[in-house]
Write a protein that binds this ligand. Sequence first.
Ligand code: SIN
Length: 516
Amino acid sequence: MRYVITSETKIDKIFDFDVIIVGAGLAGLYTALNLDENLSCVILAKDNINISSSWLAQGGIAAAISDDDTPELHFEDTVVAGAGLCNTEAAKILVGEGPQDIKALVKLNVPFDLDENGELQFTREGGHNKRRVVHAGGDATGRETVKALSHIVSKRKNITFSGHSCLFDIVTDENGITGAIVKYNDSEFLFFRARHVVIATGGIGQVYKSSTNPSIATGDGIAAAMRAGAQLKNIEFVQFHPSGLWLEDSDGHEFLISEAVRGEGGLLVNAKGQRFMVGQHELAELAPRDIVARGILKELKKSGETHAFIDITAKSDEFLKMRFPTIYSVCLDHGINISTDWIPVCPVQHYLMGGIDTDIDGRTNIPGLFAVGEAANTGVHGANRLASNSMLECLVFGRRTATSINDYRIKSASHGTVDLTKIPLRPHGQHDYAILRNRVRTLMSDHCGALRHKDGLTYALSKISEILKDLESIYDDSITYLEALNIATVAKAIVDAALNRPDSIGSHCVEDHYDK
Ligand code: SIN
């Protein structure tokens, strides 16, 4: 399927920009801020500035800044976590250039937490052999960073912010990108024309039944890029965070208990209070995330329990309130005082390592199409992302993408054209999209989660393919249709890729090794 829209879709307005950035998290904002101010740019947010995975990010941003750290040590931890599948050129760029972007954020007034000497404070998270994670607002790094950057974005004359703008299609002609079709306010269709489109739409959490990602994370950017012919890579590598807050009455949107809680001394225990990560990995609770998530699942299988616990009660009430204000208060809302009670946790979908394949400057295989952040596959994460490398990736590769657009635009001054009237019609559909979407999510959680089996993957692939075929055969201009279609599109790509990788590696754990 090339386009969701058809020739009968009524385009209400056309706007011209040099650059369209789809997504208003850290990747989108930082890319926009690094563009040449002579380039006009629109940032399209599906909802508003405070709805993104970046906004929810707790732990922080990893970078080798402290005196006893080096980019080489950060690189080592990154590739060990990535289980040897990292693109080493990209990972070296990430750790080598990261410190300069943290310094840039300080200049842009991101209020990082400081120690008593006024120096950046560092915490530790899983897979790191050093304390190198800077944070803001205690456990509100994402919110504080996005707030600071969006304030500056709002003052830039060349940047327009458009909220409630849902990406339907990326438009191309024979020379590459010509723009994007967006549904605005769930009412009118807008055609933003531009020669550069940057996909910064974040994660795909809604492809699973439970996730830490926001409700907008339906894989819109990745699915639209796929329809336009973009290549994906490493899409089978889905990260399950070990510690989503476990609640009996969860609605599928899981609150995260940051790995920094374990970094500050939190212990993972079973219902009997026994630590079970000791002996499984030399870093125990602070092993790379995929290992801890599987360690919990194994323990739960053995005990028949639904969840494990984090015990951080060795820390004082005063420390916990100051260091983890959001976690402290959300847990308290659920009747858990983290200074006296163990926190119930279980693994939950959190991140996508792969995505739209890019080079080290954000370029995809389609001229004018770029991808940054979680939607992109720069290769820095390999088969499992090191904690707090995600925001760093948004910064380093956002800046590099902006730089490549700043140079590239000289060769592509005109807006290009495309004849939308030639897009084929499809019969109108009236399915219950919520049911179809939930079917896909259940199939993914049951068969393509942290532990996978060939039969389950094969079954999921056949069922998801049927649903996708059904959705692709009809037309509906609703966002509910689009989201169901995108979820099925991305889910099928993940299962396909998972089936093509018979050996376990990193986050892709196949319990019954099989031949392709
Ligand atoms: C966390 O705070 O545990 C999440 C940080 C990350 O995803 O890297």
